[in-house]
Each structure stands twice: as structure tokens, then as C-alpha cells.
Design a protein around this ligand. Structure first.
Ligand code: FAD
Length: 490
């Protein structure tokens, strides 16, 4: 039997989360021995791949689900939108630091300034968008927020939305310049390549198939996906950055904290065009309102994307019901996670969310023509010959046991860690990659509680506003936006 490899931290999964955590750890303690295990042949082939996600730098500038309407028509609360924006500012600051230290390359290889817009139709949504904009306009991190119902103005901002639209249709839009388009796959690959120079091995085609607690840490069984050979790893700590498969591994580790969780998978696809004439006419990420019954992360949007220096437009996502937890996962992913502790949460979420399940199945069965009609709601003159369908990543949304023993479906992310902090994993998908820095700071605090206080000064150099509420200080908010825009060439 081969001798087990010994590491301080084993990171399962080669996506943006593991790459971010490993980068933090190596900067904070260069002596740490880390290894990343990835089951596929390369890193960033699942959700972090640029074609598997929408690449929106989620800062709540355009996504209505972070600031839902009030029930009584009063001004909606901006609290959640501000929180998401502040989390994204941590990412902007950390990426700026990494560019300065030459750990990340030219920012134009992974981030681009792209105005964020919201576009709505009909009296009810026009009224809501106006009230939303009234609130956000005065928030420092949303400075420069504009609202209009004027077709001509919207045509200036995003011509495709107006060409072919009746002049009497009631529409409205908001726009803000400080939005971004981000290639999370490029960030992942650049971080992994820098880590390799620091002695961090990334073992690809290596699937972690067993996780067992031992007296001083964890025993991992790793299978070579090409030869089927197994090898073993002894780790003081484990981070499960396995995307949709994180729950499976946390269950294998038998930590009580993972009990009661389940996952609700949602598949996705996008329409894409590379037609230069269309690409030249649309330079924005335009989000709209979710259709009735749709999950919040399935709001339709028409987006500029820049990947490997090439601009294209994406429209979608079209959600669907496929029971895999990863794009390259298995149809048995869902049934295999059912345990006595989560069977009731699974059942109660299925019963309470029948309309969502019905919606997803309906979306999956939607004809190409029907999908195209959704695009025409945005761009009335869109022609099928310009667009092709591409399959996006899977989202595995968190199902959590509620205090009454039932289950609730959540649309955010959640770090599940053992009480002793020796193993942690990330469940859920949204806002996801954009807030990877904030999420990994949470993992650092929970899994390195002894070391964290001594790391404060170093972390402050990487993220100068760490621990501060940026939006509460107008001057600070403006300074952070300006400084990171300069560093990231936005
Ligand atoms: C359709 C869609 C649109 C999205 N849009 C956005 C967006 O606009 N903005 C945004 O910020 N976020 C978006 N997200 C979310 C974002 O993509 C994810 O939050 C993020 O990529 C998750 O990163 P990760 O590292 O946790 O997972 P992943 O990138 O999925 O990486 C997990 C890795 O673990 C590997 N793995 C799994 N199990 C094992 C094992 N047992 N052993 C070894 N390796 C294993 C997998 O192969 C995979 O490479 C979107 C997601 C989807 C699906």
C-alpha cells in the first residue's frame, strides 16, 4: 500500500473557492503544506468556468432579488443589497492586492467594467423600479444610479432593448456604471498557477472518494479517475470546495453539523451570440424580473461577456430540472444524499415548492421557439440564426431542516463546518463566486480560530476595509470604488 501523503490542509475541488482559500492560506502562512484535489482533468471546469456561469460581479446593482418589493408599496429596504455590495467590495480589494503583488495578471484577463442595468415592463414593475431607484440613489456604494422611463434614453443605454419595440409600451430601466463582468475561471486558473510556484500541488483527475476522521485530523481516500488506483492522504484540516458535491463529502465525513441538509438542483442553459454587429450594440448586463414561480436566481438577463479577450452576448439562464449536483455529476446525486435526517426536509420542500418543481419541468420542456420568445421580450428584433444554446453549470440550492422539523429552500450560500473547525464545506450557489473572498474569510475565522487574530494585520493589507461597513461612510465608499477601479483597470 502506498505511504499516505501528509498535508496541513487538503482542499477538495479546483474551483474559485478552493483557489481563493489556498491563496489566503499561503499568503498568511507560507510554511503551510496544502494540496488541491480535482476530479476532472483541469481546474475550473464546473461552475467556476466562464461558460457555466453568467460572470456577473454580483453587487446588487441590477439584480432585483436582493431588494424585493415591499408588500405595501412603500420604499423597499436596501439592507440585503448593501450587504451583497459590501461583500463584493472585499473581492474587488483582494483582487486589486493580488494584481499589485503580480499573483493575478493583467486585470483585463479576468474583469471588465460593464454597466449594470435593470429593465422592466408594465405599470407594477415600473413603479417598483422607480421606488427601488429612489432608495439606492442615496446609498454611497450605489452612487451614479440612474432611472428612466424614456424609450430614447434606454435606446442610448442599450439599443437592442428598444429596436422594434412599440413606442407606447410602458417600460423603465436603471443603469449604473460601476458594474463588472468577471471571468471566475480565469481567476481560478491564475491563482492555481501561482500556488504551484509556491509549492501547492493541484492533483487533477483525482477524486476524493472517502473522508474519515482520525485522532489528529482526517484520512482521505483519493481515486485516480484514469487508472482507478487509490491513494491516501492524512490532513490536519479539510476544505470541501467541491461545489454541488460538497454535501456528499460532508455526509461521508459524518459530522453532525451536516445533518438535516439536502440540495435542490437547478440546471441551466444560455443563448449565446458572437455576431459582431449585435455585440457592438449591447455593452451592459441587463437584468429583469423573474417570471411567476421562477426561482430568484433564474431571472432573465441579457449580458455582455468577455472571455479570453472575446466579447459575446449571453441571454438566460433557462432553468430546468435535472437531478445532478454538478454538470459532470450523476443522475443519482440527489437520491444518494437522502438520509434519515434529511428525508423530511426533502419531502417538505418538494411539497411546499410544487409550483417551483412544475416551473422547472415546464422550462426544461420548453420548445426552442418558446425560449426564443423570452429573448424577444428583451430584444424584440432578435433572430434565431444569430443565437446558439449552450449548457451552463448546475446550481445546487440548500435545503435546510427548520426548527419545526420540516425543510426550507434557501437561495444563498452556507458554510457548514465541524465544531472543532477541522473540516468545512460550502453549500449553495448564489451570489457565489463574486463573494468568494467574503465566504473564504468566514472559513478562515471558523477553521483557523487560533491563528486568525494574529493574521489581522496581514489581512488588513489585503483588504483595507476588512471589518468596516463601507456603505456607512460616504468618503470611504467613494475611495474604495475609485482605488479598486484604478487597480483593476475598470
Ligand atoms: C448558471 C449559473 C450562473 C451563475 N452565475 C453567477 C454569476 O453571474 N456571478 C457569480 O458570482 N456567481 C454565479 N454563479 C455561481 C458561481 O458559479 C459559483 O458560486 C462558483 O463558481 C462556485 O465555485 P466552487 O469553487 O464552490 O465550485 P465549482 O467551480 O463547481 O468547483 C468545484 C470543483 O470540485 C470538483 N469536485 C467535486 N467533487 C470532488 C471530489 N470528490 N474530489 C475532487 N474534486 C471534486 C468539481 O469537479 C469542481 O471542479 C452561477 C452559477 C451557475 C450554475
Amino acid at each position: 500500500m502506498p505511504k499516505p501523503e501528509k498535508v496541513n490542509v487538503a482542499l477538495v475541488g479546483g474551483g474559485i473557492m478552493s483557489a481563493t482559500l489556498a491563496t489566503f492560506l499561503k499568503l498568511l502562512d507560507p510554511s503551510m503544506k496544502l494540496t488541491i484535489f480535482e476530479r476532472l482533468d483541469e481546474v475550473a471546469l464546473e461552475s467556476s468556468n466562464p461558460w457555466n456561469n453568467a460572470g456577473t460581479g454580483h453587487a446588487a446593482l441590477c439584480e432585483l432579488n436582493y431588494m424585493p418589493d415591499s408588500k405595501d408599496g412603500s420604499l423597499p429596504s436596501p439592507a440585503k443589497a448593501i450587504q451583497i455590495n459590501e461583500q463584493f467590495q472585499q473581492s474587488r480589494q483582494f483582487w486589486s492586492y493580488l494584481v499589485e503583488k503580480k499573483i493575478l495578471g493583467d486585470p483585463r484577463s479576468f474583469i471588465h467594467a460593464t454597466p449594470h442595468m435593470t429593465f422592466v415592463r408594465g405599470d407594477k414593475d415600473v413603479d417598483y423600479l422607480e421606488r427601488r431607484s429612489k432608495v439606492l440613489k442615496s446609498e454611497p456604494l450605489f452612487s451614479g444610479f440612474e432611472f428612466t422611463t424614456d424609450h430614447k434614453q434606454i435606446a442610448k443605454w442599450a439599443p437592442l432593448l428598444i429596436s422594434g419595440r412599440g413606442p407606447k409600451e410602458k417600460i423603465a430601466a436603471t443603469r449604473i456604471d460601476s458594474g463588472t463582468d468577471v471571468d471566475f475561471g480565469a481567476i481560478t486558473r491564475q491563482l492555481v498557477s501561482h500556488l504551484a510556484k509556491q509549492g501547492v500541488k493541484t492533483q487533477t483527475s483525482s477524486e476524493v472518494v472517502g473522508v474519515r476522521r482520525i485522532p489528529d485530523g482526517w484520512h482521505l481516500t483519493v481515486k485516480d479517475t484514469k487508472t482507478g488506483e487509490k491513494r491516501y492522504v492524512l490532513a490536519d484540516k479539510v476544505f470541501v470546495g467541491a461545489g454541488g458535491w460538497a454535501l456528499k463529502l460532508l455526509q461521508k465525513a459524518r459530522i453532525p453539523e451536516a445533518k438535516g441538509y439536502g440540495l435542490f438542483p437547478v440546471s441551466g442553459s444560455f443563448l449565446q451570440t458572437t455576431n459582431p454587429a449585435l455585440v457592438a450594440k449591447h455593452k451592459a448586463k441587463v437584468y429583469s424580473q423573474a417570471s411567476v414561480g421562477a426561482p430568484p436566481m433564474s431571472v432573465p438577463h441579457l449580458d455582455t461577456r468577455v472571455v479570453d479577450g472575446q466579447a459575446s452576448l449571453l441571454f438566460g439562464p433557462f432553468a430546468g430540472a435535472v437531478p445532478k449536483f454538478l454538470k459532470f455529476g450523476s443522475l443519482l446525486d440527489l437520491p444518494k444524499t437522502i438520509r434519515p435526517s434529511n428525508v423530511i426536509p426533502y419531502l417538505s420542500v418538494a411539497v411546499r415548492n410544487l409550483s417551483l418543481v412544475k416551473y422547472l419541468v415546464g422550462e426544461l420542456l420548453k420548445s426552442k421557439e418558446a425560449q426564443f420568445e423570452s429573448l424577444r421580450d428583451f430584444a424584440p428584433e432578435a433572430k434565431p440564426e444569430d443565437w446558439k444554446l449552450i449548457v451552463a453549470g448546475q446550481r445546487a440550492q440548500v435545503i435546510k431542516r427548520d426548527p419545526k422539523g420540516g425543510g426550507t429552500l434557501q437561495f444563498g450560500t452556507e458554510v457548514v463546518a465541524s465544531a472543532d473547525g477541522t473540516i468545512a464545506g460550502l453549500l449553495g450557489a448564489s451570489p457565489g463566486a463574486s463573494t468568494s473572498v467574503h465566504i473564504m474569510l468566514d472559513v478562515l475565522q471558523r477553521c483557523f480560530a487560533d491563528e486568525y487574530p494574529g493574521w489581522q494585520n496581514s489581512l488588513k493589507k489585503m483588504i483595507p476595509t476588512i471589518g468596516q461597513e463601507i456603505n456607512a461612510d460616504k468618503k470611504l465608499a467613494a475611495e474604495v470604488l475609485k482605488r479598486t477601479a484604478k487597480a483593476l483597470k475598470l
